[in-house]
Ligand binder design. Structure first.
Ligand SMILES: [Zn+2]
Length: 323
C-alpha cells in the first residue's frame, strides 16, 4: 500500500464551529463536516471523538491533526494558554485523550500555526527561509514558518503578534486586557472601532452609517464603502494603515520572504494599497523582494495544516524506526 495516499483527518476547532475533513498531499479530499462547537471541555472532546469515528467508518486514516485556539504545547498536546472563545478548554490533555480512545496518532496545534503550515505547503513556499501567515478575522493570528518548520518560541507563544503594541496612547483596550494591541485596530473588530471613532459628532446627512452607529457592524462599513460612503471609505483606508503597521514590525523583526494573508477579513484587503504602504514604511532592503500572497486554502487552512503536521510526524517516526 502506498502510504503517501493514506489521509489524515484535519480538525479545526473554533469558538462557534468545528470543521473536519480528510487531507492527502496538502489537499482536502472528500466530505467536509461542520458541527456547532458544544459548551464545555467534556462535550467538545465527545464531539471530536464522534467526528473521528464518523470518518473512520469509511476510511483508513493515518492520524488526527487538531487546530485549536489558544497557546498549545504540541509536545504534550495540551492547551496551556487562554482561549477566551472556548471557555473551560484550557488544560484539557486533548492529545492524550484522543490517542487513548482511538489508538490513532494525534497532533494538536495552535490554529494560526496550523493555518500557516497549511498555506506554506499549499503555496509551494518550501524553498523560502521565512514565511509569515497572518490571519485577519475577529482578531489577528500569526504563524511563522522558518526553514520549513513552525517557529513556536520558548513558551509556545511565538506568533501572538495580534498583541504587538502599535500605539502608546492607551486608546483602545484589547480583548487580552492590554492597551492598543495590533488586533484592536487591524482586525474586523478594529475596523468596527475605527468606524465608531470616525462617526463621533457627525450628523445623519454626513454618512449613511450615522443611523447605524449604535449597532454598527463590520459588514455595514464594508457595504457602505462599496457604495461610495466617504466615512466608510476613510475607515477602510485607516484599517489598511493599521494592518500595515503590524506587518511593518514583523518585516523589521523577521525579514520574511513572504506574507500570506488569510482569514475572513482578508478578502477586503486591497493588495496594491498594502504593498505601497509596506514599501513606504520599511527599510528598502526588507521590502524590495517581499512577496504578499492571498490565501490559497481559505477557511480550510487550519484543517489542512493540522493534518499535514500529523502526516509529517508519522513520516518522521517511520524514518526514525527504519534508522
Ligand atoms: Zn491584546
Amino acid at each position: 500500500m502506498d502510504k503517501s495516499q493514506i489521509p489524515a483527518l484535519g480538525i479545526d476547532l473554533g469558538g462557534t464551529k468545528i470543521c473536519a475533513g480528510l487531507v492527502i498531499n496538502h489537499t482536502l479530499t472528500g466530505e467536509t463536516r461542520r458541527i456547532p462547537t458544544p459548551q464545555g471541555a467534556d462535550n467538545i472532546t465527545k464531539a471530536l471523538l464522534e467526528l473521528i469515528r464518523h470518518f473512520q467508518e469509511t476510511n483508513f486514516i493515518m492520524g488526527v491533526g487538531i487546530a485549536t485556539a489558544g497557546i498549545v504545547n504540541p509536545e504534550t498536546g495540551e492547551v496551556i494558554g487562554s482561549t477566551g472563545n472556548l471557555p473551560g478548554w484550557e488544560g484539557t490533555p486533548i492529545k492524550k485523550l484522543i490517542q487513548s480512545r482511538t489508538a490513532l496518532r494525534c497532533h494538536v496545534e495552535n490554529d494560526a500555526n496550523a493555518a500557516a503550515y497549511g498555506e506554506f505547503h499549499a503555496a509551494h513556499l518550501e524553498d523560502r527561509i521565512c514565511t509569515v501567515t497572518v490571519t485577519l478575522g475577529t482578531g489577528i493570528g500569526v504563524g511563522i514558518v522558518l526553514n520549513g518548520k513552525l517557529y513556536r518560541g520558548a513558551h509556545f507563544a511565538a506568533g501572538e503578534c495580534g498583541h504587538i503594541k502599535i500605539s502608546m496612547d492607551n486608546r483602545r483596550r484589547c480583548t487580552c486586557n492590554l492597551w492598543d494591541c495590533w488586533e484592536a485596530y487591524g482586525s474586523g473588530r478594529g475596523l468596527q472601532a475605527t468606524g465608531w471613532k470616525l462617526l463621533e459628532g457627525l450628523s445623519p446627512g454626513q454618512s449613511s452609517l450615522v443611523d447605524k452607529r449604535d449597532n454598527l457592524t463590520t459588514k455595514d462599513i464594508l457595504e457602505a464603502a462599496a457604495e461610495g460612503d466617504s466615512v466608510a471609505r476613510q475607515a477602510l483606508e485607516k484599517w489598511h494603515e493599521h494592518v500595515a503597521c503590524g506587518l511593518v514590525s514583523l518585516c523589521h523583526t523577521l525579514d520574511p520572504d513572504a506574507f500570506v494573508i488569510t482569514g475572513g477579513m482578508s478578502k477586503f484587503i486591497d493588495y496594491s494599497t498594502l504593498r505601497d504602504m509596506l514599501a513606504d514604511r520599511t527599510l528598502p532592503r526588507v521590502s524590495e523582494k517581499l512577496e504578499i500572497h492571498p490565501s490559497i486554502l481559505g477557511e480550510a487552512a487550519g484543517m489542512v495544516g493540522a493534518a499535514d503536521l500529523v502526516l509529517d510526524a508519522a513520516r518522521e517516526a517511520e524514518g526514525a524506526a527504519v534508522l
